[in-house]
Write a protein that binds this ligand. Structure first.
Ligand SMILES: Nc1ncnc2c1ncn2[C@@H]1O[C@H](COP(=O)(O)OP(=O)(O)O)[C@@H](O)[C@H]1O
Ligand SMILES: [Mg+2]
Length: 310
């Protein structure tokens, strides 16, 4: 079973504290999303996890291998797509993949086999003879993912894997991640909320180098002030709003973009009380929606707070 244990990972660049005592534990079968604004410390954390950057303090165990003392062993179980996926543009795709495979310690026959397998998986068979520099962005990213996968590692760390791709290419990469997710640990970084909702079993919100929140997307959503709120579209929002405000179950009511939102006071069941009122008043209700909370609201609060502190 794949495992990652990060222990107080910390990195300073000069006087910039880029990653500040980040600790977590992940097991196989998990897609973990690092979610955070630009400059939050996502890439730096990934570079430390993959052993490409030395922590200022703290460490990480990759399948039990300490990245400070057993980098080589850690690399054997890791695949890494760096930020921006730098590639050797003059090399041909097939040669590049073979080069990476050999560098990962695969023998001659294994190299040929793994290049064939990974090319098939990422639909690169048709471009193996093409030089990397002439590929479209979508193909280029697939080559980047292919090199991370070449030795079939149980742990994949993908830094913004869908960044800069068009919507079709984004969904192809997402599908691939989902397919691979069953056994592996896959960590992706993103600033796209939708991506977290679609792909991730677990999300860590990172801001200012600190782990701010760690949970399932549903956990994170439930931290939103919208969790448990009731949104309504009605014909007479003013009247409805004022009556709703009178209920003990309602804390306050907001009207935005044609929609009324009643926030729970915590006293009694909000939905039941509102439904009863709708019935007795005979209001025409076009939409009635109990909110599970909004990821973007939680994210904006954390990111906004962050800006205020900056
Ligand atoms: N090589 C570097 N030298 C100096 N500062 C850096 C370097 N790389 C990143 N930083 C700084 O560290 C912080 C975290 O950056 P990064 O990990 O790239 O964030 P993210 O990937 O979340 O956008 C930022 O303030 C960034 O400017
Ligand atoms: Mg980054």
């Amino acid at each position: 079973m794949a495992s990652i244990l990060a222990q107080s990972l910390t990195r300073c660049y000069g006087r910039t504290l880029a990653v500040d005592h980040v600790s977590f534990e992940v097991d196989g079968g998990t897609v973990l999303g690092f979610l955070g604004p630009n400059g939050a410390g996502k890439s730096t954390t990934m570079k430390m996890l993959t052993g490409y950057l030395h922590p200022t303090s703290g460490t990480a165990l990759i399948n039990g291998h300490d990245i400070r003392t057993a980098r080589r062993q850690a690399h054997q179980v890791l695949g890494y797509l760096p930020e921006g996926a730098p590639l050797y543009s003059d090399m041909r795709v097939g040669d590049f993949l073979a080069f990476v495979a050999a560098a990962r310690g695969l023998g001659r026959a294994e190299v040929r086999e793994s290049v064939g397998a990974v090319a098939e998986r990422l639909e690169l068979t048709g471009v193996l003879k093409q030089s990397i520099g002439t590929l479209s962005k979508g193909f280029g990213r697939r080559v980047g993912i292919a090199q991370a996968l070449i030795h079939d590692p149980p742990i994949l760390i993908l830094d913004e894997p869908t960044d800069g791709l068009d919507p079709i290419q984004k969904s192809q990469v997402r599908r691939l991640i989902q397919e691979m997710a069953e056994q592996k640990i896959i960590i992706i970084s993103t600033h796209i909320l939708e991506e977290v909702e679609i792909l991730c079993h677990r999300v860590m919100i990172i801001a200012h180098g600190k782990l701010q929140l760690d949970g399932t997307p549903a956990d994170v959503r439930s931290r939103s002030r919208y969790a448990g709120a009731l949104s309504l579209v009605v014909d007479q929002p003013q009247t409805v709003a004022s009556k709703l405000s009178g209920l003990a179950e309602v804390k306050n009511v907001e009207f935005r973009a044609g929609k009324l939102t009643a926030f729970p006071s915590g006293q009694g069941a909000l939905a039941t009380a509102v439904q009863a009122l709708i019935q007795s008043e005979g209001w025409v209700v076009r939409e009635f929606h109990l909110e599970s909370g909004r990821l973007d609201d939680v994210f904006a609060n954390i990111a906004g707070q962050d800006e205020a502190n900056a």
